[in-house]
Design a protein around this ligand. Structure first.
Ligand code: 3PG
Length: 213
């Protein structure tokens, strides 16, 4: 789990994906992300074929870390694990899902945006948490304020992040990586604009390198 957190942190960005047509798009998308230097994907359960999409992506690019996002129930945790998910992301903090994931030995990154959420995450023994929705919840200023009493966490802000503000987020030491859909929008995927996706990933990786050296 530590290793997974480190790998996500090294990459610095996590594409948040909604795939409507996994048979058509999952393999190409996996190749596009890996070619852009971003071998990680949070495949959300917002689309019915998420489990299928995860399987195809992992088969296509075995070096890729593939996780499940928008996980709302323990049944979806089971479904995700069966599909090979290596981590679970939930939009909010649900202790039942967190402890269920922990009992299965799978990394879980729940969305937290308040001192109460952070406190609960602390009691649950988490080390890396999602901060969602980042921009709408107070963005960098709030992340910094919460990191004073809760310095033990690394944070993965998601929501409202783009190439414009990615660098500003990554400059904050507690931020391990940023999630976002800007490099995998519905327009890009439905339009099968794989080169553009690769290009956006490369630009993201450049920003990560610029900030972190
Ligand atoms: C998520 O579920 O993490 C968000 O929908 C991603 O937010 P974004 O589309 O603003 O990047």
């Amino acid at each position: 789990m530590q290793d997974l957190n480190q790998r996500i942190s090294q990459i610095g960005v996590v594409p948040v994906i909604k795939l409507n047509n996994p048979e058509r798009d999952a393999a190409n998308l996996a190749k596009a992300l890996c070619a852009g230097g971003v071998p990680v994907a949070e495949v959300t359960f917002r689309a019915a074929g998420a489990a299928k999409a995860m399987k195809i992506m992992k088969d296509t690019c075995p070096e890729m870390m593939v996780g499940a996002g928008t996980v709302l129930t323990t049944a979806q945790v089971d479904e995700a694990l069966e599909a090979g998910a290596e981590f679970i992301v939930t939009p909010g903090l649900d202790p039942e899902i967190v402890t269920y994931c922990q009992s299965k030995g799978v990394a879980v990154y729940p969305g937290c945006t308040t001192a109460t959420d952070y406190h609960t995450a602390y009691k649950l023994g988490l080390e890396l948490i999602k901060f969602f929705p980042a921009e709408q919840s107070g963005g960098i200023a709030k992340i910094k304020a919460l990191s004073a009493p809760f310095a033990m966490f690394k944070v993965m802000p998601t929501g409202g992040i783009s190439l414009k503000n990615l660098g500003d987020y990554l400059k904050v030491p507690v931020i391990a990586a940023c999630g976002g859909s800007y490099m995998v929008t519905a327009d890009l995927i439905d339009g099968q604009k794989w080169d553009e996706i690769t290009d956006l990933c490369k630009k993201s990786v450049e920003i990560v390198k610029e900030v972190r050296g």
